[in-house]
Design a protein around this ligand. Structure first.
Ligand SMILES: Nc1ncnc2c1ncn2[C@@H]1O[C@H](COP(=O)(O)OP(=O)(O)O)[C@@H](O)[C@H]1O
Ligand SMILES: O=c1ccn([C@@H]2O[C@H](COP(=O)(O)O)[C@@H](O)[C@H]2O)c(=O)[nH]1
Length: 430
């Protein structure tokens, strides 16, 4: 349905003038409507890039492995910042114990950026294989990394350079206590890397500890998610994986249709989808859950209608109605139409500005003492009027007397530019 027909429909129902409900028809008509196959061919799939940072031996690699394991049905690649250590010169090699491997300058960030940009644009890259024993990245052959749906970039300082941060869709910081990190580091460096414990402790006190305080910890503020206890935190990892899956699901469609908004999938939504697909579901439950799903779509859509900010005094009339989605809309239009005809009639500026539906949770917050909005089929709408258009006493009188026969209550809140009148009333249909 185009913008014109929406306006026509409501104008037809009301016979009144709309000032707020204006969709720009020309804009809508100009929106490209790509044919699906063509669009899919032309759209370059941008990978979902996740950054995983945290102190050395905090459990970054462990967390990445767990995410990759759970995303086994997706194409995921792991890129380690370690691979981009500068190769040590002969001079540096001679005094390797004085080399600070925890300073941002020890990494070839330009090369890392270059590789990430290529991957982002769908090109395979060769990632160096840094050797911790020889301190060189030319001993082992480079690793070929193909473009993927998800790229995980892991390392102690990957949040340090803003250009690298900007590449990321999600930033995770693994937060593990310093003593745990040190204990793990000692075990790893002595057992796996064959280093002397004295050298490990010396490196820790000389460089690792201060670099963590000076360079790594300050980047924690950039993280979207902070995971305490690293790989032991299964709840955090499950939530991260769930979020990545949601984002991956939205990726393709949103790129094909730039004006497409995908409602976030929740347990509740998935549950309702399951119920309406189940052949055992009763007719009554099918209608009930289908209706709830339709409402969520309508509600979400209303939130995306274009609007213009206005200064002035406004009145928000809050109405709760019961019945199926289409009935509710008709009922609200009926109330609004009556208000326009009987209350605002004769006013030069009689203007209905906007109409919207309120989330049941929000409604019940406002109305918990007045009305049980959680009742089956019950939901709330609001109508915004310009205050100049309406005589308040007339409005209340009319609401009380005519619109609903048995109003339960109302109350008002005043803001400088907005006067809110919450109206709770039972509408008829069962
Ligand atoms: N939750 C954990 N419990 C016990 N040991 C762990 C845990 N997470 C990691 N480790 C161990 O600690 C060391 C460092 O972990 P790793 O994930 O490689 O950290 P990072 O990538 O941050 O250096 C490894 O030897 C690993 O096996
Ligand atoms: O040649 C090297 C290069 C690096 N290190 C240390 O490694 C950690 C970072 O690696 P994680 O896997 O994130 O723990 C860093 O603290 C460096 O000091 C090294 O010892 N030798």
């Amino acid at each position: 349905m185009d913008s014109k027909s929406v306006e026509d429909m409501i104008e037809g129902l009301s016979g009144f003038h709309f000032s707020g409900f204006h969709m720009d028809g020309s804009k809508l008509n100009n929106i490209e409507k790509p044919t699906t196959t063509l669009a899919i061919e032309n759209v370059h799939k941008q990978p979902f890039i996740i950054g995983v940072s945290g102190g050395a031996a905090s459990g970054k690699t462990t967390v990445c492995d767990m995410i990759i394991q759970q995303l086994h049905d997706q194409r995921v690649v792991l890129v380690n910042q370690d691979s981009f250590y500068h190769e040590l010169t002969e001079e540096e090699l001679a005094t390797v114990h004085e080399y600070n491997f925890d300073h941002p300058d020890s990494f070839d960030t330009e090369k890392l950026l270059d590789s990430m940009e290529n991957l982002r644009h769908g090109q395979a890259v060769d990632i160096p294989n840094y050797d911790f024993k020889s301190y060189k990245n030319s001993v082992f052959p480079a690793r070929r990394v193909n473009p993927s749906d998800v790229i995980i970039l892991e390392g102690i300082l990957i949040f340090h350079d803003p250009r690298v941060r900007e590449l990321m869709n999600m930033k995770i910081f693994v937060d593990t206590d310093a003593d745990v990190r040190l204990a793990r580091r000692i075990r790893r460096d002595t057992v796996e890397k064959g280093r002397d414990i004295g050298v490990v402790l010396d490196q820790y006190s000389k460089f690792v500890k201060s670099a963590f305080d000076d360079f790594i910890l300050p980047t924690k503020k950039y993280a979207d998610i902070i995971i305490p206890r690293g790989g032991d935190n299964h709840v955090a990892i499950d939530l991260i994986v769930q979020h990545i899956r949601t984002k991956l699901g939205q990726h393709d469609l949103c790129k094909i249709y730039p004006n497409l908004y995908v409602i976030q999938s929740t347990f509740q939504i998935r549950g309702m989808h399951t119920l309406i697909r189940d052949s055992q579901t009763t007719k009554h439950d099918f209608v009930f859950y289908a209706d709830r799903l339709i409402r969520l779509v309508v509600e979400h859509g209303l939130g995306h209608l274009p609007f213009t900010e206005k200064q002035g005094l406004y009145i928000l009339v809050w109405i709760s109605v019961r019945g199926y989605a289409v009935y509710q809309l008709l009922e609200v239009v009926r109330v609004w139409r009556m208000l326009c005809e009987h209350v605002a009639k004769g006013s030069r500026l009689a203007r209905f500005l906007f109409i919207g539906k309120v989330r049941t949770t929000v409604s019940s917050l406002f109305m918990k003492n007045y009305h049980k909005t959680s009742q089956k089929g019950m939901c709330c709408y609001w109508i915004l009027f310009s205050a100049r258009a309406i005589q308040l006493s007339k409005l209340f009188h009319y609401l009380q007397e005519r619109v609903y026969r048995n109003p339960t209550s109302y109350f008002s809140i005043s803001y400088p530019h907005l006067r809110v009148y919450m109206w709770c009333a039972k509408a008829s249909q069962e």
